[in-house]
Design a protein around this ligand. Sequence first.
Ligand code: G3P
Length: 218
Amino acid sequence: MKFFLDTANLEQIRTAQDMGIIDGVTTNPSLMAREGITGEKNILDHYTRICEIVDGDVSAEVISTRFEGMIAEGEKLASLHKQIVVKIPVISEGIKAIKHLAKKGIRTNCTLIFNAGQALLAAKAGASYVSPFIGRLDDTGQDGMELIYQIVHIFDQYDIETEIIAASIRNNNHILRCMEAGADVATCPLSAITGLLNHPLTDAGLEKFLADHKKLNK
Ligand code: G3P
């Protein structure tokens, strides 16, 4: 299982890369806006900077919702760096764009997936990744994890190579349950990944080790 960092924040990407715990990065227009990145040149430069920091795939999302626009944006994004994966929304024009880009050897991540049918069509069109959103489904009272189990089962049954990125992850429990379910990737905020390190007995144990050492080593 791989971890992607779900952020456009360069400092957090550097921190996670230095810890050796991430295999890539995912971004979206909201995450880019959160960093105050605006204007085409700045946005493209920012994606290049992310690629230079992280070893692994970097998802960069198109803004257009029309086939021609997605193709043009997708080709421009893919030409920035070999690590770029073009993120495309799961709408009919997007599915067509995924097919077109796949034929040209451009990798895509189909985003905003909320049911297994959407994941299946994206995979059929040749998406490299699909991104089902767990947390946002949970927010509506549904169980986002159920969707991960369902997509994993369907993709396994038909040997579909498209990788499943469990997205919209809110906590450590989501991450562990994604691992149980067999998702290929979990894309998470840094706090959710580093949160896996936390246990009160680890803190208490370390405190005692250091205190015992100090008693005899003044
Ligand atoms: O990158 C897409 C996804 O992870 C968004 O998460 O927390 O905005 O629902 P969230």
